[in-house]
Design a binder for this molecule. Structure first.
Ligand code: FE2
Length: 385
């Protein structure tokens, strides 16, 4: 792993912090996150804690921090309009920095679109500093520092009032590996340049036409990352194909650009996926032929038992000395938009599973076809019942 102390960037990035979702029903979504991912509902904000227009549940596990928020009044326009247009989705993701004012000054000085200036959120436990800039259509990137706050998340949050009993299998998930954005055709370079300029990021990988796709659908992708590699942010855009790519479907169904998936790191993906399946998470299916191909590779030198990978449907991508193991959920909400990835990196792997893209796309195309969204014109299928 890169030494984050010696590779400090101009922005003073420490790592991922919280991710906030705007959803239709925070209480029910928080229950799903807690039950399936094995997260703890750590804190709550709402009318009982002095927040009149919304409810938020703060869920944590190891380094993972999720906030699930819903409007409780129709005039909470910021949330209701987001959910009406996009469905449930990621409103903001945040980065912990040494100094919020410095990071924000650097960003706006290099052309970032401002959302919220640096401001102090204060109560008797100290204060949290935050600022936000625009990302994609309706998404925000937040800089946060809570060095001088002795409580959880931020003022306005208290211990959860709800007494919800949730039992689930231990998932062993530890933190964010990367966050991926989907943008429209011809937007990828714009957003990659934006990140590199305002965050002092660098372009790490550039997947060009022909690198990723099946005979039907294709995409272009650039990965920008912080100099310490603590933050990795792939950006996808659709590329011309015979049929509609999953990125086009996302843009249509989300009604714009936004966060496509969050990859969550685990130190033992076999036991994590077993537990996640047991907890009710639905994953993309991988055909047995994938494992027949994997067994034939002469550079296959992995610690895991291939039968275990096949049993749990886990994908494996080998890159030089390192390799990664990964698996993708189906979209977690009602629209075919946001999903999770689970990933384990071995022997210094830095990639994103390029060798798995074909199997992955073919699996997604089957679901797209069922939804009638694979062809450019809507092609209704017979009801699957
Ligand atoms: Fe990913």
């Amino acid at each position: 792993m890169p030494d984050t102390q010696t590779m400090k960037d101009a922005v003073g990035i420490r790592g991922y912090d919280y991710i906030e979702f705007y959803v239709g029903s925070a209480k029910m979504t928080a229950f799903w996150f807690a039950k399936t991912l094995g997260l703890q509902i750590t804190a709550y904000a709402g009318p009982e804690t002095g927040v009149r227009d919304r409810v938020s549940y703060y869920l944590t596990k190891n380094k993972l921090k999720f906030v699930i928020t819903s409007a409780v009044q129709p005039d909470t326009y910021e949330i209701t309009s987001f959910v009406t247009k996009h469905g449930d989705g990621v409103k903001r993701w945040s980065i912990e920095v040494d100094d919020v004012e410095r990071a924000f000054r650097y960003a706006t000085g290099h052309g970032a679109v401002m959302v919220t200036r640096p401001h102090k959120l204060e109560d008797s436990h100290g204060y949290v500093m935050e600022a936000a800039i625009r990302l994609y259509d309706d998404t925000e990137l937040v800089y946060v520092n809570r060095d001088y706050y002795r409580q959880t998340l931020r003022p306005g949050y208290c211990k959860p009032l709800q007494n919800i009993r949730i039992e689930s299998q231990e998932t062993g998930i530890v933190g964010i590996d990367h966050i991926v954005g989907n943008v429209r055709e011809n937007e990828m370079n714009l957003w990659a340049d934006y990140f590199n300029r305002i965050m002092d990021f660098e372009t790490f990988v550039d997947f060009k036409a022909g690198d990723i796709g099946t005979k039907y659908s294709a995409l272009l992708s650039k990965v920008v990352r912080s100099r310490s590699a603590a933050i990795r942010n792939p950006i996808n855009e659709p590329f011309e194909g015979l049929k509609k790519s999953q990125i086009e479907e996302y843009i249509e169904q989300y009604h714009g650009s936004g966060v496509q998936h969050i990859a969550i790191a685990t130190e033992n993906i076999v036991s994590s996926i077993a537990a996640l399946r047991e907890n009710g998470v639905e994953f993309l299916t991988v055909p047995d032929t994938y494992y027949d191909m994997l067994r034939k590779r002469d550079d296959l030198n992995i610690t895991e038992n291939i039968e275990d990978l096949q049993k749990h449907g886990i994908l494996c991508d080998i890159e030089g000395q390192g390799y990664l193991l990964q698996l993708f959920t189906k979209p977690i909400g009602d629209r075919p938009t946001f999903f999770f990835e689970f990933i384990q990196r071995r022997n210094g792997s830095q990639g994103f599973g390029k060798g798995n893209f074909q199997a992955l796309f073919e699996s997604i195309e089957l679901d797209q076809k069922l939804r009638g969204n694979l062809d450019r014109e809507y092609q209704p299928t017979m009801p699957a019942c």
